[in-house]
Design a protein around this ligand. Sequence first.
Ligand code: HEM
Length: 95
Amino acid sequence: MARASIPSTAAANRDGAVFERPDELDITRGTRDRLAFGHGRHLCLGSDIARVELELTWTTLLRRLPALRLAVPFEELDYRQGGLVFGVRELPVAW
Ligand code: HEM
């Protein structure tokens, strides 16, 4: 029977041999070597528009709601585990 291996890009993006402090969100760390948009022939076709959308979304949101902040202590956030896309189950905010 043929066997296939599916690499985890999420795990690769947290490889401590490649990234310093891999579990910390550091928006200044740059994009070198990370695999958020895949790699090679299946590199995300929408990566350019996704980058523009994200930049517009965050700059607009923070400009319009400069006091945007968590409404609960950071330690109380609950995360989805084991899925392809990591994230919080809910994100209570105030502004
Ligand atoms: C933050 C947003 C996005 C992320 C993180 C993301 C991530 C990815 C990743 C990791 C892959 C590679 C999957 C693989 O290796 O098989 C991929 C493929 C792809 N993405 Fe995205 N994507 C995003 C947004 C978009 C958008 C907005 C579009 C279209 C407008 C798009 C269209 C595609 C397409 C068509 C592929 C398949 C490319 C291929 O297999 O040749 N993506 N994306």
